[in-house]
Write a protein that binds this ligand. Structure first.
Ligand code: NAP
Length: 290
């Protein structure tokens, strides 16, 4: 079996690369903080010291990095992906970034003869661990087909969405509604609580109504306990709101709901909650404005 490269072993990258190993893929990993590779090595991964060294060794390399600046730095900086990418090799960026960042990376990879696919995912820590992600791929169709066995292990459904940018935009639009819903949900929990309602009963009622959804069901109980162990870090949700709002600006679309939700996430970051789960926006909503 061909060796697959994997760059970025955060919450998502660790779970995704672990799944590949568990299903018999040979994986070479790299992470900026190298010690985060140790657990993967215990499960059979090899380590390379730079992104370039990973690309040199592997037919195709997957990246799962925090944001546009991380995604660009791993490709363009010294010892980065561009130094070794060439004809016959592929690069698949699964990070959530904006379409411009993705296009910049795509052009650079293509100019060296490599093939590029963006493939951001929907689904958090648990779906990543369970191989249940939704994969939103766009770019070179042949690379998509080559990566299908790996996508099959990491996800429950891969989509091929056409040209580069369509995956990024789909992901941002999905996360925009998620961030708006989470903020609205937080407001409702605060209002129910301050109105003297039993929060557990309130969640049971909500779960039987037409607006019931898996996110409210999963996050509600921990939010009322004030427990926010990070599955999807709040700072990344705010990044996604910011990038979705920029897309709205570009298209001239008024999005007051998303803009208000973005403000709540910014406030949460200023309260030091950026590394907690995005549901910690509840704590920012709890704080009175005056
Ligand atoms: P995370 O736990 O914060 O991990 C971020 C990763 O990016 C780490 O490996 C980190 O390396 C690396 N990184 C950050 N800045 C870097 C830089 N300048 N150069 C090189 N590497 C850098 O994030 P995550 O939750 O795994 O999310 C990763 C991506 O997936 C994000 O784009 C996020 O929006 C998206 N996503 C997340 C979820 C989720 O539920 N968590 C779901 C869907 C999509 P270090 O270890 O050295 O810090």
């Amino acid at each position: 079996m061909e060796e697959i490269g994997f760059l970025g072993l955060g919450i998502m990258g660790k779970a995704m690369s672990m799944n590949l190993l568990r299903h018999g893929f040979k994986v070479t990993v790299w992470n900026r903080t190298l010690s985060r590779c140790d657990e993967l090595v215990e499960h059979g991964a090899s380590v390379a010291e730079t992104p370039a060294a990973v690309v040199k060794k592997c037919k195709y390399t997957i990246a799962m990095l925090s944001d546009p600046s991380a995604a660009l730095s791993v490709v363009f900086d010294k010892d980065g992906v561009l130094e070794q990418i060439c004809s016959g090799k592929g690069y698949i960026d699964m990070s959530t970034v904006d379409a411009d960042t993705s296009l910049k990376i795509s052009e650079a990879i293509t100019s060296k003869g490599g093939s590029f696919l963006e493939a951001p995912v929907s689904g958090s820590k648990k779906p990543a661990e369970d191989g249940q992600l939704v994969i939103l791929a766009a770019g070179v169709k042949a690379l998509y087909e080559e990566a299908l066995p790996a996508f099959g292990v990491m996800g429950k459904k891969p989509f091929f969405l056409g040209h580069v940018g369509n995956g990024a935009k789909t992901k941002l639009v999905v996360n925009m509604i998620m961030g708006s819903m989470m903020t609205a949900f937080s407001e409702v929990l605060v209002l129910a609580d301050r109105s003297g309602l039993n929060p557990h009963t309130f969640l049971d009622v909500l779960d039987l109504c037409g607006i019931a959804n898996p996110m409210f069901r999963m996050k509600g109980p921990t939010m009322i306990q004030g427990s926010y162990s990070p599955a999807f870090p709040l700072k990344h949700q705010q990044k996604d709101m910011r990038l979705a709002l920029a897309l709205g600006d570009e298209k001239g679309i008024s999005m007051p709901v998303a803009a208000a939700a973005n403000e709540a996430f910014k406030k949460a970051i200023s309260m030091g909650l950026g590394d907690l789960d995005f549901s910690a926006v509840h704590e920012a909503v709890k704080v009175p404005e005056h």
